[in-house]
Design a protein around this ligand. Structure first.
Ligand code: SF4
Length: 238
């Protein structure tokens, strides 16, 4: 039985994958996204230690609420940093017949990650920017890593949803959204593209941690702006 570090556990989530889901937020992330809502997940030594059995126990209590579509999503932080732990959890969930989803930036590729994908039903790939310069500048990660991960998902025929935070002043232009939508043509594993309008809800969290939120002065997109964007790009879901 493996031990991992989690940030938190949400028993009835409805925004991280299909249906009603238990969501496990893993601790630790090597990226530093400008728009990150969870800076308290960054520290690999933070959070709390749990075993896969302890998590399974909590998840099984939520199972009556999952219905036909729901299941378990592991998010973060970056779950790929603890891929062996998540793989052991997912393997047990698959034995129970529970749907598994992995919410990741796709920044790690190794044997444990490959094993993890074998027991993952759905990948929610956070695809953050559509050009190399912004990807590196606003996440600390090369876009090639996300593209490589997406290619591996395509090669495995893994059902994938792309998730994209839409941030005024950073990636809020039609050319960028068009490039995002075009990924669906290149990668047939992509079944949905979810647009997530930027929110500043995390500002207080940054202040309480005493760290600078780089987007503190960035406005949230208005509902009208998002509605007009969706009208121009009906390919966008969610
Ligand atoms: S990958 Fe996720 S948790 Fe990590 S810095 Fe980016 S938004 Fe935050």
């Amino acid at each position: 039985m493996l031990t991992g570090r989690i940030h938190s556990f949400q028993s009835l989530g409805t925004v991280d994958g299909p249906g009603v889901r238990a969501v496990v937020f893993m601790q630790g992330c090597p990226l530093r996204c400008a728009c990150c809502h969870n800076p308290d997940t960054w520290d690999v030594h933070g959070g709390k230690q749990v075993t896969t059995d302890e998590l399974l126990h909590r998840i099984r209590r939520c199972r009556p609420y999952f219905g036909k579509e729901g299941g378990v999503t592991v998010s973060g932080g970056e779950p790929l940093m603890q891929a062996a732990f998540v793989a052991e959890l997912f393997r047990a969930l698959k034995t129970d017949g529970i749907h598994t989803a992995l919410d990741t930036a796709g920044c790690v590729w190794n044997a444990d990650v490959q094993t993890l994908l074998d027991v993952t039903d759905l990948v929610l790939l956070d695809y953050k920017y559509t050009n190399d310069e912004d990807y590196l500048r606003y996440t600390g990660m090369k876009r090639q890593a996300a593209d490589r991960f997406l290619s591996e998902l395509q090669a495995r025929g893994k059902v994938t949803w792309l998730r994209h935070v839409y941030i005024p002043g950073l990636n809020d232009n039609d050319a960028s959204i068009r490039r995002l939508c075009e990924l669906r043509k290149t990668y047939s594993c992509v079944q949905r593209i979810e647009l997530l309008p930027f929110r500043r809800l995390c500002l207080e969290k940054y202040q309480s941690m005493g760290i600078n939120f780089p987007l503190a002065n960035t406005p949230e997109p208005t509902p009208e702006h998002i509605a007009a964007l969706r009208a121009r790009f009906p390919e966008l879901d969610g």
